[in-house]
Write a protein that binds this ligand. Structure first.
Ligand SMILES: NC(=O)C1=CN([C@@H]2O[C@H](COP(=O)(O)OP(=O)(O)OC[C@H]3O[C@@H](n4cnc5c(N)ncnc54)[C@H](OP(=O)(O)O)[C@@H]3O)[C@@H](O)[C@H]2O)C=CC1
Ligand SMILES: CC(=O)N[C@@H](CCC(=O)OP(=O)(O)O)C(=O)O
Length: 346
């Protein structure tokens, strides 16, 4: 299959380039950049010399459709809205890594403060969390690849919410990310001096991933009530990785082992979800540069609450790797194709 990578010069686009090198069925035929069009990707990024020789081009749907069956769109939020309709009309199946197609239009306008895509395009989008929606993904023309924080949070919580084991309205989620989550554009809050030797919360209670998480938790909530969460994001002075810590009140007297058994069953056919045994906890370096999501949990019998820790690489399971997992499902391939690589521990 022939693949276009739009935004190939960005952090997630570069991860798509890196991961597709190991994909036996994928050939990258188009790489786009706005500011570097005309240059060779390996001149802009010398680490790719001898790996991928391709001239960067503007993101032009008609040109892309001549050489690609699938487009992985790794562009800033708001830009993909303008490009996706042209790609779909030209017959290219799209996986959008940005937030543009994950939310109903009113929520996108409220939380992203941007003009939403048309309702026709939004209606055709399938939320691309393979561990929950694999059967819907296979036939989609447009996949809304989940956000990085939602991926770690949802995979941590789905077995509990779907099985009615916690009161979802009691959920408090503390999430921490490495700085690559903010993309490569310079900003006052993410440059070295602001981030190094520092630890801070940001977008408290107003992060754009809140409605995305709430939407999926509501979808699986057995009593059908709309779920609302307390969600706080933090910036950690490291490059890759997300670790989420979630707390919730239990609906019954469950032990840690009871809940782990539920998770084992829920993720029985999920090759990228790895569960920790009781007393052992995920850490970012265990998943670095891989598509794994590691999960550990503990019931506190004193408080009748559960603590769940989820951990991913934001650039891989939180973006590029999950996009390739979705690509595999669209193409009818095993979802692990090209993704079965060990994490980089050091
Ligand atoms: N970073 C992460 O961990 C995650 C990011 N995402 C989402 O994925 C998308 C890409 O993220 P990320 O790779 O971090 O972003 P970057 O800022 O690192 O890269 C953005 C890319 O978009 C291109 N670009 C910028 N402006 C325009 C424009 N006006 N027209 C066309 N192309 C443009 C840039 O090309 P050039 O500069 O060469 O012109 C670059 O290739 C974003 O929507 C982000 O929110 C989702 C999950 C995780
Ligand atoms: C560390 C950091 O700044 N992370 C970004 C993640 C952005 C992102 O993934 O954007 P989407 O909304 O398109 O998913 C943030 O918190 O906004």
């Amino acid at each position: 299959m022939q693949i276009a990578i739009l935004g190939a010069t960005g952090y997630t686009g570069l991860e798509v380039v890196r991961l597709l090198q190991k994909h036996p069925e994928a050939e990258v035929t188009y790489v786009s950049s706005d500011s570097q069009a005309g240059a060779d990707l390996s001149d802009v990024y010398p680490h790719l010399r001898g790996v991928l020789a391709h001239t960067l081009q503007p993101a032009d749907p008609a040109e892309i459709a001549k050489v690609a069956d699938f487009a992985l769109v790794a562009l800033p939020s708001g830009i993909s809205t303008g490009l996706v309709p042209g790609l779909l009309e030209a017959g290219v199946r799209v996986i959008d890594l940005a937030g543009d197609h994950r939310l109903p239009s009113e929520d996108y306008a409220t939380w992203y403060k941007k003009t939403p895509p048309s309702s026709a395009v939004l209606d055709s989008a399938v939320y691309g969390l393979p561990e929950l929606y694999a059967s819907r993904i296979a036939d989609a023309k447009l996949i809304a690849n989940p956000g990085c924080y939602p991926t770690a949070t949802l995979l941590s919580l789905l077995p509990l919410v779907k099985n009615g084991l916690i009161d979802p309205q009691s959920l408090i989620i503390d999430a921490k990310s490495g700085v690559s989550g903010a993309g490569k554009a310079l900003s006052a809050g993410t440059h070295f001096v602001e981030v190094n030797e520092n630890f801070k919360a940001y977008k408290v209670g107003e992060h754009q991933h809140i409605p995305e998480i709430e939407r999926v938790l509501t979808d699986v909530n057995p009593n059908g009530e709309r779920v609302t969460i307390s969600f706080t994001t933090h910036l950690v002075p490291m490059i890759r990785g997300i670790l989420t810590t979630s707390y919730a009140s239990l609906t019954g007297s469950y032990s840690t082992e009871d809940l782990l058994a539920v998770y084992r069953e829920f993720y029985r056919d999920a090759p990228f979800v790895r569960l920790h045994a009781a007393g052992s906890w995920p850490q970012t370096r265990d998943v670095s540069a891989s598509n794994y999501c590691d999960i550990g949990l503990r019931v506190d019998p004193r408080t009748k609450r559960v603590t769940v820790i989820g951990c991913i690489d934001n650039l891989v399971k939180g973006a590029a790797g999950q996009a390739i997992q979705n690509l595999n499902l669209l193409a009818g391939l095993p979802e692990t194709t090209g993704l079965a690589t060990a994490p980089v521990y050091l």
